[in-house]
Design a protein around this ligand. Structure first.
Ligand code: FER
Length: 292
């Protein structure tokens, strides 16, 4: 009897985590959807290593009042080398995974500041700042929430669009139109980026998903209007590890796009797992494609 309860509770929690995607497995298991992947080109050696003799950007922690959550929330903001208030910058909103927060990219191996500094030094990116928020839109937004915090990730669009973006646009020297806003993220943050980015094409013209999690909506939900996405989205770009059981979340979208003539990239990182090797590669490539 006890065993039954444990099993029932377990499957209930799986169902909760996967509420939107009954056909998508947790990790692994199902055969991958057969799509034509875009060519993988390795990033150059040293792209994620601190280089001497180049200018560096800065990272600062900001706090903003969130109307939808009703608390003061935090985000890290990368400002590029020689950030100049007399100029205007584009903004990349860069989201974390289920176990992360506004520090995950910085502290867990993402080195976004180093990747961006190197890209700047090589003149491979447009002028942009990078905002790394906490995507768990709840009063308690600490890392401890686990899978139980999945609904809070689903609520983040209200905070992002309603409070964080206005804060950034008031306090930094940035453009305030969709063509100068991009959204990308890893895993849960990848799902959020696809959901919120494609769901708000009047807000974001550039959308990236790295190893997107099962919170990713099904393609037909993400793209109810094929002509609209063709007209309004400027980049839909994904990467996922070939050895990551979450590949189907990206592949189902790529499959839909290919069948409907929607430009969309999905790179399968060879042997790639669910980690920062793939996500650093994602940032390195996505950053070079946006705002151009
Ligand atoms: C799941 C598997 C993975 C899921 C979320 C994740 C909500 C997220 C992983 C990550 O962010 O690293 O079934 O359900």
């Amino acid at each position: 009897m006890k065993k039954f309860y444990v099993a029932a509770l377990f499957s209930l929690s799986l169902m909760a985590a996967n509420a939107q995607e009954p056909n998508i497995p947790m990790f692994g298991g199902q055969q991958n959807i057969d799509v034509k992947f875009d060519p993988y080109v390795a990033a150059p050696q040293g792209f994620d290593q601190q280089r001497e003799g180049i200018e560096r950007g800065t990272v600062q922690l900001i706090e903003y009042q969130s109307e939808s959550v009703g608390t003061t929330r935090k985000a890290n903001v990368y400002l590029p080398p020689k950030y100049d208030k007399k100029k205007k910058y584009s903004v990349l909103y860069l989201l974390h995974g289920i176990g992360g927060d506004e520090w995950e990219w910085m502290n867990d191996g993402g080195v976004p500041n180093i990747i961006m500094d190197n890209l700047y030094a090589d003149k491979k990116v447009a002028d942009m700042i990078v905002v790394m928020p906490n995507g768990r839109a709840a009063k308690n937004d600490s890392r401890s929430g686990g899978y139980g915090s999945a609904p809070a990730f689903g609520e983040f669009d209200k905070d992002l669009i309603g409070s964080l973006i206005p804060y950034i646009e008031k306090n930094f020297s940035v453009y305030t139109d969709k063509d100068h806003r991009a959204i990308a993220g890893l895993s849960m943050g990848g799902g959020q980026s696809l959901n919120f980015g494609l769901g708000n094409m009047d807000v974001f013209a550039y959308v990236g998903g790295f190893s997107s999690a099962p919170n990713t909506q099904r393609a037909a939900q993400l793209i109810p209007d094929v002509e609209k996405v063709k007209k309004e989205n400027k980049l839909l770009w994904m990467v996922c590890g070939g050895a990551d059981g979450l590949l189907n979340n990206s592949a189902q979208l790529k499959d839909f796009c290919d069948k409907n003539g929607v430009p969309c990239t999905l790179i399968k990182y060879p042997e790639g797992r669910h980690d920062f090797v793939v996500w650093k590669y994602g940032l390195y490539n996505f950053a070079q494609l946006i705002f151009k």
